[in-house]
Design a protein around this ligand. Structure first.
Ligand code: PRT
Ligand code: ZN
Length: 293
């Protein structure tokens, strides 16, 4: 039992679905049902503790869990709010991206961070906000709210807010405009400074190498195309994020070759148009499901 790796994951909310999807892509077989606090992974010695995201840093720091998946915003807040929390980011995971922004009345007097001197700012992130204010020599009071922060200026609780923004629709609907980003956030895998026993370490190493594979394969594509041999150099330069491509002679042609390459960056329509202009034909872009180096 003690040799099962325990990972804290948000049970329900903006992080949950993508966290579960990523772990499933890593080959973990589990199901999340009803009110359960624990999801047991059937094919690896791993248990998922299903909790509120705010509890995740603490569970990892205290040793109740070995690792956790949480928003960088929550990680940063916990680290800044309690000085001796021994947790660290192990990997950035690239989903649930958002920004922690300063915002105020779109037509009001606060249009830049310096205008915040002498004002009140509502936020659920007092640790991150106070660190930012201190670093930038701004003297403002922080009003802590657990939710509905965007309503604070309208009901005169604060002059400005510091809140998470994704599309910007919530700010706009409340007549607010962002004027500075104080933290760029995405989901992160966090761990503690504690040493794992050899069994747990081996399970974690295996999981981490799969997570790395999932991260790398996310934007990666396999490109296949035909091209005149003389154009191979020009075409290789256009392929985004690819190492040396494989060049294969085409049966029945002295001039044409097949070019195949793994591209580790996004392949846009513009890329295909550029390849075509450089002489490529029969261009195929295929998704890559798994990668391991
Ligand atoms: O119940 P639990 O405590 O677990 O969840 P929660 O309600 O505290 O958090 P949840 O599920 O809302 O968010 C979890 C994490 O998702 C956050 O900590 C962020 O890391 C990330 N995330 C990504 C976001 C957003 N995007 C986001 N847009 N978290 C919150 N928002 C809110 C924001 O606070 C604002 O109210 O969405 C609104 C703004 O969205 P836009 O699209 O209108 O700009
Ligand atoms: Zn929460």
């Amino acid at each position: 039992m003690t040799d099962r790796l325990r990972i804290a994951v948000q049970k329900k909310g903006r992080l949950a679905d993508e966290s579960f999807a990523m772990l499933k892509k890593c080959g973990l077989n589990f199901s999340v049902r009803g009110d359960g606090l624990l999801a047991r992974v059937k094919n690896m010695p791993i248990d998922l503790l299903l909790v509120r995201d705010d509890d995740i840093p603490n569970f990892v720091a205290s040793g109740a869990c070995d690792f956790g998946l949480v928003g960088e915003n929550v990680f940063a807040e916990e680290v800044l709010a309690s000085e001796d929390m021994d947790i660290e980011i192990v990997r950035r995971l690239g989903f649930s991206r958002c920004r922690l922004c300063l915002a105020a009345d779109a037509d009001g007097p606060i249009q830049s961070p310096q205008d915040l001197n002498g004002t009140k700012i509502a936020t659920s992130y007092p640790g991150v906000l106070n660190a930012y204010l201190k670093d930038n020599g701004i003297k403002a009071a922080c009003v802590e709210m657990k939710g509905a922060v965007e309503l604070a200026p309208r009901i005169d609780i604060a002059d400005a807010i510091c809140d998470l923004v994704s599309s910007g629709a919530t700010l706009e609907a409340n007549g607010l405009a962002p004027f500075a980003t104080i933290l760029e956030s995405e989901a992160v895998l966090i761990g503690s400074g504690r040493k794992l026993g050899p069994n747990k370490q081996a399970i974690f190493d295996r999981l981490l190498s799969r997570i790395d594979g999932v991260i790398r394969s996310k934007d990666s594509k396999y490109i296949m195309l035909n091209a005149p041999r003389s154009q191979v150099d020009a075409i290789t330069k256009i392929l985004p994020g690819s190492d040396a491509p494989t060049i294969i002679p085409l049966a029945g042609s002295d001039d044409l070759v097949a070019v195949q390459a793994v591209c580790t960056e996004n392949v846009f329509w513009q890329t295909l148009e550029d390849l075509k202009a450089a002489g490529a034909r029969a261009i195929l872009v295929l998704p890559i499901e798994k990668m391991m180096n």
